[in-house]
Every structure is written in structure tokens, then in C-alpha cells.
Design a protein around this ligand. Structure first.
Ligand SMILES: [Zn+2]
Length: 509
């Protein structure tokens, strides 16, 4: 084995913490290793130390497709005494002290004779792996989990310690990762999409996102803000991804496509074309969230999610540093940032114990807000846009222009029958889908103590129609800044028209 590399401080800290954890009797510690941490270097160190003590090690990966690249990265790190457990694999060699295997293969072929197991991508939990880790015969053998996103529900029932040596923000500050800028150019109406197993129902989400206007907006925005940057685009499903690819190609942007059915050889062709710049954009369906170290400088999020894990994994593909890279641009067409915050703000200091918790809504104050002028996402409590210098206008000025503020617009998208399917209201510079407009009215109504009928009345006053009754069962949405201004000006106008100072005081503010 070659000499161990010099470690970065955060890697040394992680190793020390891991050693302390094992020394204190923990057998199932999990190391949080964000993108850019240098996880394989850490693995190499752990493996070398184990081998030096005469132990055998199994490196467990969550899919057969990840076996070969794991072997490659171990090799690159100087760990070469490696065998692979997999049917008909040319590297099958039980005598090697390091065995790389997928959990699927282990489940079929039985447990290997090892004294340490490293579990890669440990946030992905499989029944077979759980069974192995809880098998009394293996209670004394350490399993060390590794994950950038160890936030899976119930993970604390399998692992007994969480080791956090550094954070994504630290890694950006220390130039191990690239900084990022976020733009939120469009806001899909997800009010009709059900939640299935903690995230948006994929079928309904696909229908919602795969609309002509939204897809066209992805391409237009990219041409405006992301042009020239090697770009990964995350789509909801295959139909959506294909549609995006076609639309990019229509604009003469060479675009690759990968999904979970893409053969490894074809995947490598796409990767090589991307690396040579022959593909500007690669659209994918959830397959490029792990194990990709391409030089990506723009990420398109066309996949709305409520999952912090999926969100952080998607954005993580754009944060690797590269020569000449100053930052990564995130084009969020999915409202993921206004829902979950910046990836640098996401983290948990303990493993989830799988207990039922009441859904904690994010503290809205702590979420980024969109600049109405350039769609740049401003950090919380920053009022002047760092990207374009836009300063929100004082509310009084807004009130005077009130007549111009509201405009009902129709999206470009048409449904199968050819009728117009997307209807928005334009308030200030903001396009708000009508269902969202209603939910903001309800939110405002609750806060201001309006009567239960008032949101519907206000909705009808503006749109000329009553809102569908079922909308009352959906989640309310906090007013956007433009909506706030409009509500305020509406209250002032109302107060003026009734001439009541009292009313103004009651509605205002
Ligand atoms: Zn701006």
C-alpha cells in the first residue's frame, strides 16, 4: 500500500472523532461527509488502519452500478488490495483484505468474513442492510456509515453516533467547495400535488412541471443567466426530462440525457461529451445525485422536492471546485429554496429516531426571499438585492400605483384540448398562480382576523370568480413581498373609500 496522503484538518478531526466514538464503545457510528469533504481519502485512511491491524474490511455500496467507481476511487487513493463480491466480476478475489460489494449482492450471497464494514451513502437504508447490522452475531463488528446527508427518518435506530467534523458552509469558506448564487425565476403551482411518503407525488408532480410554459421558461432562463456554463438539469420524471432535452435542442443547445435505465456505457459517453463541452447541458432524472464529480457550474432545479436529502444532493453536484470556477449558479424553477432554505442552512445535529413529530414549518423569516426585479434569491433579512442593487419601494409609493399592480395573465401553456390551462395573477413584478393567490389571501386573513368569507370575496373581487371550494382544504401560503404591498395598498384604498380612519388602522400594518 502506498503512503497515506496528508489529510486536511477536517479529515483529521473526523478520524479523531471516529476513533473516540469507537473507543467509547460505539459500534455503529456515522460520519457526515458533505460534498467536497474528501470522503474517499477518509475511507482510504480508515481502511489502511484496519488492514495494518490485520483486519479485513467490507466496503458496502447501495447499488451494483457504484461498485466499479468505488474500486476506482480506492485505487486512486492508493488502496489496491481490493476484491469485488459480485457474480462474474473479474476482480473477484476472496483473499484480498478489502472487499467491495453492493448490499443487493450481500443479501443474495451471505455475509463476508470481515472485521469492519464501511457503509457508503448511508442515508439510503435497505432492509437487508438493517438485518445485517442488527444481527446479534455481528454486534461486535463495527459498521461505519458515511453520508453527505444523514437525515433519513429512523436512521438513529440503526446507527448509534453522528460525527460532524465540518459543514458545507465551512468547506465553502475554506475554498474546498465553490460558492453559489441562486435565482428563482419561476414558481410552479404545486397546490394540487399530493404528498406521498414525505415528498411530492411523482406522477402528479410530473404532470404539473411538464407544461410547455414552464419548460420553455427553463430554457429561456438558462440562455439569460446560465449560458456557457456546463449545466446539470434535474427533472421530475422521464417524460419531463425528455421534454426539457428536446426544448434545449430546439434552441440549438446540445443536450444529453440520463435516467436510471441508461446503460453504464451510454452514461460514460454522455459524461465524456459533457467533459469535452460537446454537451452544454445534461438533463437527468435523479440519477446524478451521487458519485458524479463532473465540472458543473450551473444547476437547474426543475424538480420540486420537500426532501432535504434530495435537495442537498442535487445542489451538491454543482459545488465541487474546479480550476477557473468562481461560483455555481443555481436556477431554481421549483421553489426549493423558498421551501427549504439554502443548502448551507440545512443540517441536523442528531440522527432521526423515527418518532412521529408534528411537521415543523420552516421559520419563514430565516428563508431567502426573491428579488422582484432580477429573481436573485436574497439571504434572509437582506433588503437590497446583492445581484442587481434593487431596493424594495416603500409601501406608500406602491399604494399610489395601485391600479397598475394587478394584472391577470395567462400562461403560454395549453392543455391537450387546446384551451388555456395556466392562469396567473401579476402583482407588482410577480406572477402568482391563482391557487397560490388564494392561499396567500387565506394566510393574510388568518393573521389579520378577517372573517372566513373575506378571502373568497377578495378573490372574486379581483378575478371575477369564486375560488373552488376544495382550495379551502389546502395549505395556506405566506404572502410574498409583492402580495404584502398589494394587500397593504388595498387596505389603504379601502379605508380611504369608506373614509374611516378606524378601518385604516385596523387593516393597515
Ligand atoms: Zn435583484
Amino acid at each position: 500500500m502506498s503512503d497515506p496522503r496528508e489529510l486536511y484538518p477536517h479529515q483529521t478531526i473526523a478520524l479523531d472523532l471516529l476513533r473516540q466514538s469507537l473507543a467509547s464503545g460505539k459500534k455503529r457510528p456515522l460520519v457526515q461527509a458533505p460534498t467536497g469533504f474528501g470522503k474517499t481519502v477518509l475511507c482510504g485512511q480508515i481502511i489502511r488502519r484496519a488492514i495494518a491491524k490485520g483486519n479485513r474490511v467490507c466496503m458496502l455500496v447501495p447499488a451494483i452500478s457504484l461498485v466499479d467507481q468505488t474500486v476506482e476511487s480506492l485505487y486512486r487513493d492508493g488502496v489496491t488490495d481490493v476484491g469485488v463480491i459480485q457474480a462474474d466480476h473479474q476482480m473477484t478475489d476472496w483473499s484480498k483484505p478489502v472487499q467491495v460489494a453492493s448490499i443487493q449482492t450481500i443479501a443474495r450471497r451471505g455475509y463476508p468474513d470481515v472485521q469492519l464494514v464501511l457503509v457508503d451513502e448511508a442515508h439510503r437504508v435497505f432492509q437487508a442492510q438493517k438485518k445485517w447490522m442488527t444481527d446479534p452475531a455481528w454486534a461486535k463488528v463495527p459498521f461505519v456509515g458515511l453520508s453527505a446527508t444523514p437525515w433519513t427518518k429512523g436512521l438513529g435506530k440503526i446507527y448509534d453516533d453522528l460525527i460532524i467534523a465540518t459543514t458545507t458552509q465551512d468547506l465553502i469558506d475554506q475554498h474546498f467547495l465553490s460558492p453559489f448564487r441562486v435565482f428563482a425565476p419561476s414558481h410552479p403551482d404545486l397546490s394540487g400535488v399530493k404528498i406521498t411518503a414525505g415528498d411530492y407525488n411523482e406522477v402528479q408532480l410530473g404532470d404539473t412541471m411538464n407544461k410547455a410554459a414552464l419548460v420553455a421558461d427553463v430554457v429561456e432562463t438558462w440562455l439569460r443567466l446560465g449560458d456557457g456554463r456546463p449545466t446539470l438539469c434535474f427533472a421530475v420524471d422521464r417524460a419531463h426530462a425528455k421534454h426539457l432535452q428536446e426544448r434545449f435542442e430546439l434552441s440549438d443547445i446540445p443536450t444529453g440525457y440520463i435516467d436510471c435505465f441508461t446503460e453504464v456505457s451510454d452514461r460514460n459517453i454522455v459524461r465524456d461529451k459533457f467533459k469535452r463541452g460537446e454537451y452544454k447541458v445534461v438533463v437527468n432524472v435523479g440519477t446524478l445525485t451521487t458519485g458524479v464529480d463532473w465540472d458543473v457550474r450551473c444547476i437547474i432545479l426543475a424538480r420540486p422536492t420537500q426532501s432535504e436529502i434530495l435537495f442537498v444532493q442535487m445542489v451538491g453536484r454543482g459545488l465541487r471546485n474546479a480550476i477557473g470556477k468562481t461560483d455555481c449558479i443555481l436556477l431554481d424553477h421549483a421553489d426549493n429554496h423558498t421551501r427549504l432554505g439554502y443548502v448551507t442552512d440545512i443540517g441536523h445535529d442528531h440522527l432521526d429516531m423515527g418518532e412521529k413529530t408534528t411537521a415543523k414549518s420552516k421559520n419563514k423569516e430565516a428563508l431567502p426571499k426573491e428579488c422582484p426585479k432580477c429573481t436573485f434569491l436574497r439571504p434572509p433579512r437582506v433588503s437590497i438585492c446583492p445581484a442587481c442593487g434593487h431596493k424594495p419601494e416603500p409601501h406608500s409609493a406602491v399604494a399610489e400605483e395601485d391600479g397598475k399592480l394587478v394584472e391577470i395573465t395567462r400562461g403560454k401553456g395549453k392543455n391537450k384540448n387546446g384551451s388555456i390551462s395556466e392562469t396567473h395573477i401579476r402583482i407588482g413584478g410577480e406572477q402568482i398562480p391563482l391557487p397560490n393567490f388564494y392561499q396567500m389571501l387565506r394566510y393574510h386573513a388568518q393573521r389579520k382576523g378577517w372573517s372566513s368569507k373575506q378571502p373568497a370575496c377578495a378573490y372574486k373581487e379581483v378575478t371575477g370568480k369564486w375560488p373552488p371550494f376544495v382550495w379551502n382544504d389546502r395549505c395556506m401560503i405566506e404572502e410574498s413581498p409583492a402580495m404584502s404591498s398589494w394587500l397593504k395598498s388595498r387596505a389603504i384604498r379601502y379605508a380611504k373609500s369608506t373614509g374611516s380612519k378606524k378601518q385604516q388602522a385596523a387593516n393597515h400594518g
